[in-house]
Design a binder for this molecule. Structure first.
Ligand SMILES: *[C@@H]1O[C@H](CO)[C@@H](O)[C@H](O)[C@H]1NC(C)=O
Ligand SMILES: *[C@@H]1O[C@H](CO)[C@@H](O)[C@H](O)[C@H]1NC(C)=O
Ligand SMILES: *[C@@H]1O[C@H](CO)[C@@H](O)[C@H](O)[C@H]1NC(C)=O
Ligand SMILES: *[C@@H]1O[C@H](CO)[C@@H](O)[C@H](O)[C@H]1NC(C)=O
Ligand SMILES: *[C@@H]1O[C@H](CO)[C@@H](O)[C@H](O)[C@H]1NC(C)=O
Ligand SMILES: *[C@@H]1O[C@H](CO)[C@@H](O)[C@H](O)[C@H]1NC(C)=O
Ligand SMILES: [Cu+2]
Length: 259
C-alpha cells in the first residue's frame, strides 16, 4: 500500500522531469528556412542543404535534407538543430547544445517511436542517422515551430552534422526565405487547401506522422572503431549531469516521503 503510493508518486515525479514536446499546430503557412552546409577542415568535400518549411496544414514542419561528400569513415553521422547560431568565424562548437526547450537532456538516447520525448532539435534521433556518403530525405516533424514566439522555433538557430564520436564536421545557420502568413494557419480557421502559397507543399508528401525518408545511393561507410571511446566534444550542458541532478532530487523527495 505504502510502496504503491510511493511508486505512483515516483511515476508522477518522473513525468514532470521529462516534459514532452508539444505538437505545434499553428505554424504560419508558407514559412520557409534554409541552411546551406559546407564541411570544415578535413571534411571540406561535404556539401548540402537542410530546408524546413511549415507543413502544408500548419501542423509541424516538412524537412528536406540533402547531403553529399560525407566521409567514408566515422559514421553513422548524426545531425541536429542546435540552440545557438554559428558565429561569423564558423566555429561549430559555439552552436552550443541541441535545441531542447523542454529540457529532456542527452540521455537516454531518443526513442524514435516516441518522438515527443526526444530533444526537439534531435533530427537524426527522431528520423534516422545517416549511414552513407550521400543522403537525401524528406519527412514531417510535428514538434518544430516556424513562429518566432514559440520555444520550439528554429529559424534563428543552426544545424550541425556530427561524426559518430560527436566531432562537429559541418554547421550552418538557418536563413529565412519566407516568414509565411501567420493568419493562414489551420488553427486560424483558414482552409489550408486554398491558402497554400508558392512552393509550400514540398511535393505532396505522405501525411503519416512517421518519416518517409529515402536514402540515396552512396558508398557504405565504415563504422567507427570504438563507439565507446570517450567523445572528443562532450555536449555542452551535458544531459548526464541534468539527469543526475534530477535523480538526486527525486531520491531526496522519495526519502522525505518515507520518513
Ligand atoms: C569556438 O567556440 C567555443 C565555444 O564558444 C570556444 O570555447 C572556442 O574557443 C572557440 N574556438 C575558436 C577557435 O574560436
Ligand atoms: C545513431 O548514431 C549514434 C552515434 O553512433 C548512435 O549512438 C545511435 O545509437 C544511432 N542511432 C540509431 C537509431 O542507430
Ligand atoms: C495572409 O493571408 C490572409 C488570408 O488569406 C490574406 O488576407 C493576407 O493578405 C495574407 N497576408 C500576406 C502578407 O500575404
Ligand atoms: C503513406 O505511407 C504509409 C506508410 O508508408 C502508407 O501506409 C500510406 O498508405 C501512405 N498514404 C498515402 C496517402 O500515400
Ligand atoms: C496535418 O498533417 C500531418 C502530417 O502531414 C498530420 O499528421 C496531421 O494530422 C494533420 N493535422 C491536421 C489538423 O489536419
Ligand atoms: C573522431 O573520429 C574521427 C574519424 O574516425 C577521428 O579522426 C577523430 O580523431 C575522432 N576524435 C576523437 C576525439 O575520438
Ligand atoms: Cu548536434
Amino acid at each position: 500500500m505504502r510502496t504503491q503510493s510511493i511508486l505512483s508518486l515516483l511515476a508522477v515525479a518522473t513525468a514532470v522531469v521529462a516534459e514532452d514536446a508539444p505538437v505545434i499546430e499553428s505554424n504560419p503557412i508558407g514559412a520557409q528556412y534554409e541552411a546551406l552546409l559546407k564541411g570544415k577542415k578535413d571534411w571540406s568535400s561535404l556539401t548540402g542543404s537542410v530546408k524546413i518549411a511549415s507543413a502544408a496544414n500548419g501542423t509541424g514542419v516538412s524537412v528536406e535534407i540533402a547531403l553529399a561528400g560525407l566521409p567514408t569513415e566515422g559514421g553513422p553521422f548524426m545531425y541536429h538543430i542546435h540552440e545557438k547560431a554559428v558565429p561569423e568565424d564558423g566555429n561549430c562548437t559555439a552552436a552550443g547544445a541541441h535545441l531542447d526547450p523542454y529540457k529532456r537532456g542527452e540521455v537516454p538516447l531518443c526513442d524514435a517511436s516516441k518522438k515527443q520525448t526526444c530533444q526537439t532539435g534531435d533530427l537524426s534521433g527522431k528520423h534516422g542517422n545517416i549511414t552513407s556518403t550521400s543522403f537525401a530525405a524528406t519527412y514531417n516533424d510535428a514538434y518544430l515551430a516556424t513562429l518566432l514566439s514559440d520555444p520550439s522555433y528554429f529559424g534563428d538557430k543552426s544545424i550541425v552534422v556530427h561524426l559518430s564520436n560527436k566531432t562537429r564536421i559541418a554547421c550552418a545557420n538557418f536563413k529565412q526565405l519566407s516568414p509565411g502568413n501567420a493568419s493562414t494557419t489551420a488553427s486560424a480557421g483558414s482552409s489550408y487547401g486554398t491558402a497554400l502559397p508558392t512552393g509550400g507543399s514540398h511535393g505532396g508528401h505522405n501525411s503519416t506522422a512517421s518519416a518517409t525518408a529515402t536514402s540515396t545511393t552512396g558508398a557504405p561507410i565504415a563504422p567507427t572503431a570504438s563507439p565507446t571511446a570517450s567523445p572528443a566534444q562532450p555536449p555542452p550542458g551535458s544531459g548526464a549531469a541534468k539527469v543526475a541532478v534530477s535523480g538526486a532530487a527525486l531520491f531526496a523527495f522519495v526519502a522525505a516521503l518515507m520518513i
